[in-house]
Design a protein around this ligand. Structure first.
Ligand SMILES: [Zn+2]
Length: 379
């Protein structure tokens, strides 16, 4: 029997108004020079400017880096690390969706580490060690999807190829998370849908992935239960607080659970983002049901338990049918073609998916031919 390692995240202040605890948290840590990291769109919003102003009014020395948008690339991290050094930041407040949180963590890494960002890529044979100080990170999510706020990795794309690279270190785990569901009230419905399906994909893929991790399995099942009871409500009524609360919890739980592993859906999604620039959550939403149908023959019991957790029946077919009906209700495009993918891109998609790091954890082995068939079926 193998010895396995279980890791769980650190301190989370969770609930409506949690983001207002930012200044006391920074003061209690004795921090004085703070760099806020957020994307261009969020930097212009009232809630962000209020957080920055409150920090300034409390006597903290504040700078903002917001020169990025969309899927983050390496050059944006380089610019952010320069801003962090120029400010002499002893704390970094990363606010936003998964992209902003990942950029924040990568900037924190590069604030005091030599070389280039991708020298720290996960499992790189001649990679550099993460052994220098990292500024104190406060993570404040504004979406309920990636769960990057409780993750130990940062996903940044290569500027030229757009291939996603994973920077991993336990030291990238934010020591404190302020999870405030009110910050998700303003999300447009299609982003609520896409990010919510990402959270569900994390729970589902973690639960069926290979390996023995009953702690993650329990968290994943409860995450599916919470998301099943709240995502549609968030989509239809954006300011429904208890639904937003449940989705924010499901998002955190999905990211905690997927330290166990992800699977074939995420490999397909990473390819769709790289080749077709499709939003990560939407890409998962487009592939999840088909990928679970692909897995059904090897993990029928697991899919049956997911059906029960979702309140959707008791068989693998019930679970896949529930996923299909949910994405339909969320107005996810009916297929890849409707999302802008063309048949000529299947070769490139397959190439990236088969080389992705996620599918080796999938319960059923996925060959190149399998990926091609999955993309064709989803077209
Ligand atoms: Zn994901």
């Amino acid at each position: 029997m193998d010895v396995v390692q279980f890791n769980f995240p650190t301190r989370i202040l969770f609930g409506a108004g949690a983001s207002q605890r930012l200044v006391p948290v920074l003061q209690e840590q004795g921090k004085q020079r703070v760099l806020f990291v957020t994307d261009r769109a969020l930097a212009g919003l009232d809630f962000f400017q209020t957080l920055v102003k409150n920090a300034q009014d409390s006597g903290l020395n504040v700078a903002v880096f917001s020169e990025f948008s969309g899927n983050p690339v390496e050059s944006q991290v380089v610019a952010g690390a320069a801003a962090c050094k120029a400010h002499g930041a002893d704390a970094l407040v990363a606010i936003g969706g998964g992209a902003a949180l990942d950029v924040g963590k990568a900037i924190a890494l590069m604030a005091h580490h030599p070389g280039e960002l991708f020298d720290y890529e996960d499992d790189k044979p001649d990679g550099r060690p993460v052994d220098q100080p990292i500024p104190f990170i406060v993570a404040i999510p504004t979406t309920s999807g990636t769960g990057s706020e409780v993750g130990r990795s940062s996903v940044i794309s290569d500027d030229k190829t757009h291939v996603k690279r994973i920077i991993f270190s336990p030291r990238l785990l934010a020591p404190i998370v302020l999870a405030d569901p009110e910050l998700t009230f303003a999300l447009p419905p299609h982003i609520t849908a896409a990010t919510g399906m990402d959270a569900i994909s994390h729970c589902v893929e973690a639960f069926v992935s290979k390996g023995f991790h009953p702690l993650c399995d329990g968290i994943a099942l409860e995450g599916v239960h919470l998301a099943a009871g709240s995502l549609l409500q968030c989509y239809r009524e954006p300011k429904h607080l208890s639904s937003r609360r449940d989705m924010m919890a499901a998002s955190l739980m999905g990211a905690v659970a997927f330290q166990k592993g992800l699977g074939v859906t995420h490999s397909c999604a990473h390819a769709l983002s790289a080749v077709c620039d499709i939003h990560h959550g939407l890409a998962n939403a487009l592939m999840l049901a088909a990928c679970m149908r692909f897995n059904a023959s090897v993990v029928p019991d697991r899919l049956a338990r997911l059906a029960v957790a979702a309140g959707a029946g008791s068989t693998p077919d019930d679970f896949v049918a529930w996923l299909e009906s949910l994405t339909q209700s969320l107005n996810v495009p009916a297929n890849l073609r409707a999302a802008g993918v063309s048949e000529t891109q299947i070769g490139a998609l397959t190439e990236i998916a088969v080389n992705d790091v996620c599918h080796p954890c999938n319960p059923r082995a996925v060959s190149r031919e399998d990926f091609e068939a999955l993309f064709r079926a989803a077209l």
